[in-house]
Ligand binder design. Structure first.
Ligand SMILES: [Zn+2]
Length: 295
């Protein structure tokens, strides 16, 4: 479904209300037609390409729910940030960014990303850097690189249209994702606060409710508080020493009833960041094969 945010900026709502494996896209009706992310709705994108044109696809970052339909458009130029481009250009770099290479989840994700999500390496024609001004016909955007989710996660600010696209700083009930190998809790917090401080009249995100109007600072605070909740739950669980497998099976991040390797990976990706921080701050210890909170 397409929603016209302004005359020149349209929103393509992702399947399943923009829940994984889909993500909302923006479409700029200028500069020959520009799509921001490619995991929303294949039929809508094909129709827009035919009726309005599609010259460039800008990727906010390299995650699979954002590149889902990218392989259907091999003739369209792809732009990405300097820091995230290598993962769109090489499958091995992508797997390494996820922290999957050589893990027990390696075969599962290799198959998932290459088959279901049709990952194909793409040459990145333009590499975007922080604060770069990008012109799409008459529309100008400022690139705001927001590390923490991925190292080069791109947000686009369109001052003349009053729109900020925050992509995966998505204000969802699930909370923040910082589980990639280069992901960082502290960088995520800093980026989310910086984005809220831009104070755009219309804030658009990649998942769930796409449009948030007005001051988003209270929503960002609630969103970031999920991080503290996860750490508190983990701290409580570590009152007794626990192995990695026990921590994964506890489903602190996703909750009970989410079996399988996809969730196993997600639990460890997120919780290992908390464990690293807790151990570094002396709040937990890692002895033998067990982690424990310090009293
Ligand atoms: Zn993402």
């Amino acid at each position: 479904m397409i929603q016209r945010l302004t005359d020149r900026i349209w929103l393509i709502e992702g399947g399943k209300g923009g829940r994984y494996p889909y993500a909302h896209s923006l479409y700029l009706r200028d500069g020959g037609g520009v799509l921001i992310d490619c995991g929303s709705d294949l039929q809508d994108i094909i129709r827009l390409k035919k009726e309005e044109g599609l010259k460039v696809i800008v990727m906010t970052h390299y995650h699979e729910d954002h590149f889902y339909f990218l392989s259907s458009f091999p003739d369209v130029e792809v732009w990405a940030t300097d820091a995230d481009a290598p993962a769109l250009e090489s499958f091995e770099v992508l797997l390494d960014r996820y922290g999957i290479t050589g893990s027990e989840w390696d075969p599962f994700f290799r198959k998932l990303l290459s088959e279901k999500f049709s990952y194909r390496p793409r040459r990145i024609a333009r590499r975007i850097v922080d604060r770069e001004r990008i012109r799409f016909g008459r529309v100008e955007a400022t690139a705001v690189i927001a590390p923490g989710h991925t190292p080069g996660h791109l947000c686009l600010h369109f001052p003349s249209e009053g729109i900020l696209f925050l992509a995966d700083y998505d204000l969802s009930d699930f909370g923040p994702w910082y589980g990639d190998k280069p992901g960082s809790i502290e960088a995520f917090r800093r980026s989310a606060k910086l984005l809220a401080g831009i104070d755009a009249p219309v804030n658009v995100v990649s998942h769930d409710a796409p449009v948030h109007r007005g001051d988003i600072r209270p929503k960002v605070s609630a969103y970031l508080s999920r991080i503290d909740r996860r750490e508190e739950d983990l701290r409580n669980f570590l009152r007794q020493p626990r192995t990695r497998l026990e921590i994964i099976r506890r489903r602190i991040v996703y909750g009970e009833g989410h079996p399988g390797p996809w969730f196993d990976y997600g639990e460890w990706a997120i919780l290992s960041k908390h464990l690293d921080g807790m151990v570094a701050r002396g709040e937990a210890v890692h002895v033998g094969d067990r982690y424990a909170a310090r009293a």
